[in-house]
Design a protein around this ligand. Sequence first.
Ligand code: SAH
Length: 236
Amino acid sequence: MSDLSLQYTENHFVSSQNLGMSSSKIRHKMVDRLCAMGLSDPRLIKALQMVPRHLFVDEGFLPLAYDESKALPIGYRQTLSQPLTVAKMTQWLFAENDISPVKKVLEIGTGSGYQSAILAMLTQQVFTLERIAPLAVEAQEKLISLGLSNITFGNGDGHWGWNENAPYDAIISAAAPETLPTELIQQLKIGGRLVLPIGKQAQRLTGYIRHEDRIEEVDLGTASFVPMLSGIQPAG
Ligand code: SAH
């Protein structure tokens, strides 16, 4: 039987949830709806049930925090991906990954830090890159305050990956490059998986598996993400 345990225990977030909303119940309902739409990975189900998503959205959007199909603004003209998208991408990355267990993941586009938190539950080491420095700092403070200690933050341009820490078992991007950046494939282990939206106007969510002798490409459907922009936006 496979090991279904997560990196953090069931009651890890309990002290950070007293926002006056019974968020655990609301989260379980969100996850039930996601399961009806194809979510089935037991570890991911647990992680989505545990991570307090409402702590990653602006106060004005709290009522929408657990709407499974809403992407929400996080400032700097960026968005927190809808739970359905987070579930779909993460499930593809982990559930059938040839590398078992997936120990080291690179995330491009830290944004609010919500996806980073989900990854931190599922894998030993998360490296996350964000090009907008203030977003990276905010996410880092939040994730540290939540006691998630297995995430390393960087202010960088994800087109180039993060070579110092490569190779990765898996790479995920919430920003869409126009074409596949070859560095990302190069920084993937053999058997590793990459999932990201690709394209300008009409984006496709695309998965790649790095085999010994070839790259397998899997079309995962239409997508609508913010563009992967070049260069970094430094602090202040
Ligand atoms: N996973 C995030 C989603 C944020 S949206 C979350 O859960 O909130 C995508 C993010 O990608 C934005 O914050 C944007 O600034 C960032 N981004 C865009 N181009 C990038 C690049 N070249 N390198 C790193 N991050 C980038």
